[in-house]
Write a protein that binds this ligand. Structure first.
Ligand code: GLN
Length: 560
């Protein structure tokens, strides 16, 4: 995909183009997916695309927010804790993002206040307009340059929210300064279907466009999120009352199969040519070859697998977004459909019958997490997977838990634990990293971002998954690590350390254990990293791919 984009360099003339994506009526409409899909089209048209999200909340980043409330925290290579929409961007564009792909109101204000404290405003009064809006515009321009053709900026929240106002005003100023030839505004609105009346209602969308107009913004495109197809009459009405060209009323009905169909839905409505025209971009051919192949795989699975994900943030659908997506990608790559059952680990602790839920699963994943609640349930799950030969993949806390379970039930260290869960444990097989011991400030201070990892054991399953590589890199987000004092004991009992990070010297005492596996098990790999962040639908992550392949193999063997 990247090669294809490079081959079709755009020869753009004029400045970097900008597309702003706003949302109206309600949240959770899939604005991130819409922005990412537009990005995919532009990449496949041969343009160099950058994509970013502005979030109007006051947290400096979502790193300190509870996943049950805000969904997953996505981590970039350069170690920034970001909104989960950045995950969509990376997956759809199949390219890594960095710190400039995310700005929150908190971060914008922090930067302005730091400048104020440093006397940068020459004694002037510091105000939302112009100082905050200037800072926002600067953030929107951060990627501009020769090598970037189009920047897509998604505004979080819903137009009309008080906290979004400075962002919307900044977009207005930006559009005024840059001119309509090079900037496009895409507004995504909800078009409800009132079942009792059997009618589709355009009024909420009209009102949300009115909110934009109040501030002086006129959308170029209206993306309509809807459960029912929109007929001609409804589209005409939306065009007239929202003051948008009739062709630019784009229907985005719920996708039955996968969110990865959205780019194709947009192509069918000519979004690529309409955008190219509006932004004065010369090339409007969009070659979706690789994407179409992936969609064909999704549409024609050979079998169905059931995967259990045992975690504690199960009340929010989005809490394990990247893990879910990585599982689906691995399914696409193995030509199987995967059903994911999320199991609340605290329920496993109190209600033994829930263990029955694990009976028919083909593989088990314990994802990342924090704190004691539900930890014992995760240990029970891992024991179940280890003893019954069920393919297991542990992610971050899922690796730490795998080590605690192994210490307790294989090494017989009955009170072994992570010091995160029990600071007094006599056997701290997982302990706070040395570098974390003095840290008191919680924001952005974990071990974050991409680190290289050596794969020292040639024939290990881990190395095989990674295609024989001897070094890889993966992203991290944790404070605790495997305690090297126990390494020998673990090794002697059959746990292999198949991924290691050598921090500053090759002294074994300094190594960080990054990946472990059990030799005598069909597939038992656990990693301190978050490989889920690097999976994309056209490039499934090797560990997830390996897990699903092992699960499929086991299923076929059991059926024989
Ligand atoms: N709570 C563990 C740690 O801080 C694991 C973190 C995670 O799973 N992301 O090390």
């Amino acid at each position: 995909m990247a090669k294809q984009a490079a081959r079709k360099r755009s020869n753009r003339t004029g400045p970097t183009r900008h597309i702003f994506v706003t949302g109206g009526v309600v949240s959770s409409l899939g604005k991130g997916v819409a922005a990412a899909s537009i990005g995919r089209l532009l990449v496949n048209m041969g343009y160099q695309v950058r994509i970013q999200k502005f979030d109007p909340y006051l947290n400096v980043d979502p790193g300190t927010m509870n996943p049950s409330q805000h969904g997953e925290v996505f981590v970039t290579d350069d170690g920034v804790e970001t909104d989960l929409d950045l995950g969509h961007y990376e997956r759809f564009l199949n390219q890594p993002l960095n710190r400039h792909s995310t700005y929150t109101a908190g971060q914008i204000y922090q930067s302005v206040l730091q400048k104020e404290r440093a006397g940068k405003f020459n004694g002037g009064t510091v105000q939302v307009i112009p100082h905050i809006t200037n800072e926002i515009k600067e953030a929107a321009r951060v990627f501009d340059g020769e090598d970037v053709d189009v920047v897509i900026t998604e505004l979080g929240g819903t137009v009309g929210d008080i906290e979004s106002l400075p962002f919307v005003e900044a977009v207005r100023q930006f559009m005024h300064e840059h001119g309509r030839k090079y900037v496009s505004l895409c507004h995504l609105a909800y078009i409800p279907y009132i079942k009792a009346a059997g009618e589709i209602k355009t009024k909420p969308a009209q009102h949300s466009v009115q909110k934009l107009r109040e501030i002086g913004l006129m959308p170029d495109f209206l993306f309509c999120r809807t459960e029912q197809s929109l007929n001609k009459e409804v589209k005409d009405k939306l065009a007239l009352f929202c003051n948008v060209d009739r062709d630019n009323i784009i229907e985005m009905a719920d996708v039955p199969l996968s969110i990865y169909e959205v780019p194709n839905i947009l192509i069918k409505q000519n979004v690529h040519t309409l955008l190219a025209e509006q932004l004065n971009l010369s090339n409007s051919d969009c070659d979706m070859h690789d994407w179409d192949l992936m969609l064909r795989h999704i549409r024609n699975p050979k079998d169905t697998l059931n995967i259990a994900m045992v975690g504690k943030y199960v009340s929010t659908q989005d809490a394990y977004k990247s893990v879910n997506e990585a599982i689906y990608h691995a399914g696409f790559a193995n030509l199987v459909k995967v059903n994911i059952t999320t199991i609340e680990s605290t329920d496993l602790e109190k209600d033994k019958s829930i263990q029955r839920k694990l009976k028919n699963v083909d593989a088990i994943i314990v994802p990342g997490g924090f704190g004691n609640r539900g930890f014992e349930g995760k240990l029970q799950t891992i024991r179940y997977a280890r003893e019954r030969g069920i393919p297991y993949l542990g992610l971050c806390l899922g690796m730490q838990a795998a080590c605690v379970e192994f210490a307790r039930n294989v090494l017989g260290l009955k009170q072994a634990n992570s010091t995160e869960m029990d600071p007094q444990t006599p056997d701290p097989v997982i302990d706070l990293m040395e570098s974390q011991k003095e840290i008191t400030n919680l924001g952005g201070t974990m071990r974050l971002g991409a680190y290289p990892c050596q794969l020292p054991i040639k024939g290990s399953r881990t190395t095989k998954c990674y295609g024989g590589a001897d070094q890889i890199d993966e992203r991290h987000r944790h404070r605790y690590e495997f305690n090297n004092a126990y390494r020998k004991q673990f090794e002697e009992a059959g746990m292999r350390f198949t991924g290691l990070y050598y921090p500053d010297s090759h002294q074994p005492d300094n190594w960080l254990v990054e990946i472990v596996e059990l030799k005598e098990h069909p597939f038992f790999i656990a990693t301190q990293a978050h490989p889920e962040f690097k999976s994309s639908p056209v490039n499934a992550h090797p560990l997830f791919k390996g897990l699903i392949a092992a699960a499929y193999k086991r299923k076929r063997e059991l059926a024989e």
